[in-house]
Design a protein around this ligand. Structure first.
Ligand SMILES: [Zn+2]
Ligand SMILES: [Zn+2]
Ligand SMILES: [Zn+2]
Ligand SMILES: [Zn+2]
Length: 231
């Protein structure tokens, strides 16, 4: 989940907590005005305006009117933000149950959401929120990237562990005399070819930017057609 979205959801949860406390804020007049303006915008099919009014309302931290999540869900549906629409619709049903003044409309919206939500789930071109994937700019869709070998710090060799890099090993002979031998592991060189990059100095590892998926979500709503865009 995107960080801004996470923060956004947190703000929403906080706003709903206030609703449950049923506090009537001093700025109720302002909230009423915004709700009126948002409804008027919906009447004239100006969902962009309704969307920004609802977002202002959420940002204001004022208690949200009971019908707000439903109207916002309808607005988001029209803007093709189906996942977000379903979230607000569920919130509305959760808060009002069968008693909401828009219960019937909410049920109808639930039905209308079924097709777009299932299209989104089946589509390989978008994330589960319906946002189009774009090719990862770091790995260019390759899922992995070649970087300098971290194990040998791009030197291509590592110190031999058997001889501690000296190239010589000691052994006690039967006369209890210490004898020196050339280390057979590194052939007396004290160094070994890096076992990770095998001397290529490069290491191929999973792309960190896209977590090895080769793609990233964009801000563009998916049409569920075509191919993944380059960048
Ligand atoms: Zn990547
Ligand atoms: Zn050695
Ligand atoms: Zn290496
Ligand atoms: Zn799609």
């Amino acid at each position: 989940m995107h960080l801004p979205l996470l923060i956004f959801s947190l703000i929403i949860s906080l706003a709903f907590c206030q609703v449950s406390l049923a506090q009537i804020g001093p700025n109720l007049g302002q909230t009423d005005q915004w709700m009126k303006a948002a409804k008027a915008a919906i009447e004239r099919n100006d969902y962009e305006t309704a969307n920004s009014i609802f977002r202002n309302l959420i940002d204001s931290g004022q208690p949200l009117p009971e019908e707000m999540p439903y109207l916002f869900a309808e607005t988001l549906f029209e803007l093709k933000q189906y996942d977000n629409s379903a979230n607000f619709l569920n919130k509305y049903l959760e808060l009002t149950g069968f008693t909401g003044s828009h219960y019937k409309g909410a049920q109808e919206l639930q039905l209308r959401l079924e097709t777009p939500l299932s299209e989104m789930q089946q589509c390989q071109l978008c994330d589960r929120r319906g946002y189009r994937y774009k090719t990862c700019f770091t790995c260019e869709g390759e899922r992995q990237i070649e970087q300098e070998c971290n194990y040998c710090k791009a030197k291509g060799v590592v110190g031999c562990s058997r001889c501690s890099g000296s190239g010589m090993v000691t052994r006690m002979n039967i006369f209890k005399i210490v004898e020196y031998f050339e280390c057979d592991r590194c052939a007396g060189k004290g160094r070994l070819t890096c076992p990770v990059c095998e001397g290529s100095l490069k290491e191929v590892s999973s792309c960190q930017t896209c977590n090895g998926s080769g793609k990233l979500s964009s801000e563009e709503i998916c049409s569920h057609e075509g191919e993944i865009h380059e960048h």
